[in-house]
Design a protein around this ligand. Structure first.
Ligand code: COA
Length: 144
């Protein structure tokens, strides 16, 4: 599996499928629904922003998922999703493992307490719960 930073709108539709999916909305800070053109606007802004990076993961040219990286107060926050038809096959774990190994940085993440696959995946890969904030685990991954 390999990943590249998103620099254009080529993966726009795949990202929309991942982010608009009900599980992604349910476990996100913002439960608001959005249409494709709102999503395009969001993506353009992310591509422009220096504090945001989006990485797309591919296996044999097929899009598997993405990881988003956001910088806030000098800390890097991650979020992730796998294509709806590729969920629960171990791809999420592979994707995040590969990313953490290549980057070797300290990262933070918020995972909804009811999001079992995401919680299991992050704890398994070395994230530690540092705090509970409302319905979210505040997690930290310490670089090796
Ligand atoms: C969260 C997500 C990226 C995980 O990726 P995935 O490829 O589906 O997950 P994996 O197959 O690697 O499985 C991860 C863990 O969840 C567990 N799991 C898989 N399916 C599950 C299910 N239906 N219910 C509960 N746990 C499940 C697996 O057992 C695995 O843990 P284990 O290795 O200890 O057994 C993916 O499900 C997703 O895109 N969800 C929607 C978006 C989202 O929630 N993003 C996270 C925001 S922080």
């Amino acid at each position: 599996m390999s990943f590249v930073k998103i620099k254009d709108l080529k993966e726009s539709y795949n990202l929309f499928k991942m982010n608009a999916h009900k599980d992604a909305r349910r476990y996100s800070f913002s439960k608001k629904k959005f249409n494709f053109s709102e999503h395009q606007r969001w993506l353009k802004q992310k591509i422009k922003s220096k504090k945001d990076n989006l990485y797309i993961f591919k296996l044999n040219k097929n899009t598997i998922g993405y990881i988003g990286e956001k910088e806030k107060y000098k800390k890097k926050y991650l979020s992730w999703a796998v294509m709806p038809n590729n969920k629960f096959k171990g791809y999420g774990t592979k994707m995040l493992k590969n990313f953490l190994k290549k980057k070797n940085q300290t990262f933070y993440a918020f995972v909804h307490k009811k999001n079992t696959p995401s919680k299991k995946m992050s704890l398994k890969l070395g994230f530690k719960i540092i705090e509970m904030r409302k319905n979210f685990y505040y997690l930290k991954y310490l670089k090796s």
